[in-house]
Design a protein around this ligand. Structure first.
Ligand SMILES: [Zn+2]
Ligand SMILES: [Zn+2]
Ligand SMILES: [Zn+2]
Length: 452
């Protein structure tokens, strides 16, 4: 059995017990009393005075359990802050955080419960994935709440070596997350579909600062301009619908719909990576951690380098640098803008357009690029079939046909190759790599997961 199959089998069979248990169930905070309580981090009021006990009951923690790493704020304070202004200024004054930490967690359920309580008190919305390998999250809310959140996280014993730089920030708020707050326990903090015991964050590629990365990209570009052979494979490990609206123009952009296809993509394209220096990036750096570890586990690359903090950090330092277009984000904002370039086009008329909206068909999860004039003429679905299904669905609501469940993939995405094979043009090494054959489908992926 090859390494990939072995890892996948292990991943599907060796589920952590916690994954099936209600997070926090029967757990006690093992840190309680065993470590120093950080100063100024105790909530003297316990919980917001207006809160009912029934609302608190789902949480198996007592107030004492979680106190050490909760900030001195009540849910009411955060809500006051939120209600002071309307939705627009709330988003303008609010903030969205994106962060992750790979660390061996002995007690994911404890961390889960702590995060739930912390976010609840600070009135933060967002998505947090917890696993034995660490924590991956994106949360949004009032500026003061996100600041207190960061401070609280950094005082927790597992996360004391995190610093403010580890939290990527952007304009937004708790309205950026339509599903409210989702804190959940998984086997991996970003779903690559590989057992973390077999492909560990500990084997990740070398981190480059944005400045070092910028230099590498510059070198790669210079070599390309001089039509020299380059020994570098510059690759974006995000999904195709993310790179569609924003890219480092010289990078290979795999036509993959989700990150769990990355290992197979690497396997199918070993020749592209063989003996090369790989320069990779993603949104906030997390996918590169184990994505690079997988590449390294193959033992075929000369060197694997990853952008620390991802495009997010790069843009902080180089808002008008090599990255062009918008940065796709997995929340209701869909994208963050730092330059004016529009690199994508309307699905229907091919005019430049890069603002995603969900397919208007209620059964479908795809994101659609439809320019204002196409929208006005009713082109709001991902494809014609979806528009027809939308009609079926509408009649279903009248009770004539059965209501259909929303699908992650539309029929229009079925003809796309799951794992594309990159073609290596020997005349100019990796600079001439083209995506093979089939025209990429217009369809997109689901945005329901937290990735960065
Ligand atoms: Zn159009
Ligand atoms: Zn659709
Ligand atoms: Zn479709």
């Amino acid at each position: 059995m090859d390494a990939l199959k072995k890892a996948r089998t292990a991943c599907s069979t060796s589920k952590y017990i916690l994954e099936n248990a209600e997070p926090g169930e029967g757990q006690k905070n093992k840190h309680q009393g065993s470590r120093e309580t950080p100063n100024g981090c105790v909530n003297p009021a316990g919980v917001c005075a207006g809160e009912s006990t029934s609302k608190r009951r789902h949480c198996s923690y007592s107030e004492d359990d979680v106190r050490p790493w909760l900030p001195m704020v009540t849910q009411c304070d955060a809500e006051d802050e939120e209600s002071r202004c309307d939705k627009k200024s709330r988003t303008k004054e609010g903030q969205v955080l994106l962060f992750y930490k790979y660390v061996d967690l002995a007690d994911p359920a404890d961390i889960c419960e702590w995060q739930r309580e912390l976010c609840r008190r600070l009135h933060l919305h967002g998505k947090i994935r917890i696993a034995r390998e660490g924590l991956n999250g994106t949360v949004g809310g009032a500026l003061i709440s996100t600041q207190q959140y960061m401070e609280a996280v950094m005082t927790h014993p597992y996360f004391t070596d995190m610093n403010i730089e580890d939290f990527k920030t952007s304009q937004g708020g708790h309205d950026s997350f339509l599903d409210g707050l989702v804190v959940s326990i998984h086997q991996e903090i970003v779903p690559m579909g590989m057992d973390p015991m077999l492909v560990s964050f500990k084997d990740a590629g070398c981190h480059l600062t944005p400045a070092q990365f910028h230099e590498e990209v510059q070198r790669h570009r210079n070599a390309k301009e001089r039509e020299e052979k380059t020994n570098t494979v510059f690759i974006d490990c995000r999904n195709f619908y993310e790179s569609r609206i924003g890219i480092f123009p010289d990078a290979i952009t795999p036509d993959i719909r989700k990150f769990s296809y990355w290992p197979e993509y690497v396997d199918k394209n070993e020749a592209v990576f063989a003996d090369k220096k790989v320069l990779m990036y993603c949104t906030g750096g997390i996918r590169c951690e184990r994505g690079s570890a997988y590449l390294r586990s193959k033992g075929i690359c000369k060197e694997v380098l990853q952008l620390k903090g991802g495009i997010h950090r790069y843009l902080d330092q180089y808002p008008d640098g090599f990255f062009r277009g918008k940065l796709f984000v997995f929340d209701n904002r869909y994208a963050i803008q730092t330059n004016q370039d529009v690199i994508a086009e309307c699905f229907h008329c091919s005019k430049p357009w890069d603002e995603y909206e969900p397919c208007s068909s209620k059964h479908c999860h795809q994101l659609v690029l439809s320019c204002p004039s196409c929208r006005t003429s009713g082109l709001t679905t991902c494809c014609r079939r979806c528009a027809e299904l939308a009609l079926d669905y509408a009649s279903g609501e009248d009770g004539k046909t059965k209501t259909k469940k929303r699908k992650e993939e539309c029929t229009c995405t079925k003809n796309r190759e799951r794992i594309p094979v990159e073609k290596l043009d020997s005349s100019s090494a990796c600079s001439a790599i083209k995506v093979d054959g089939v025209k990429p489908c217009r369809g997109t992926g689901s945005t329901r997961d937290v990735q960065s």
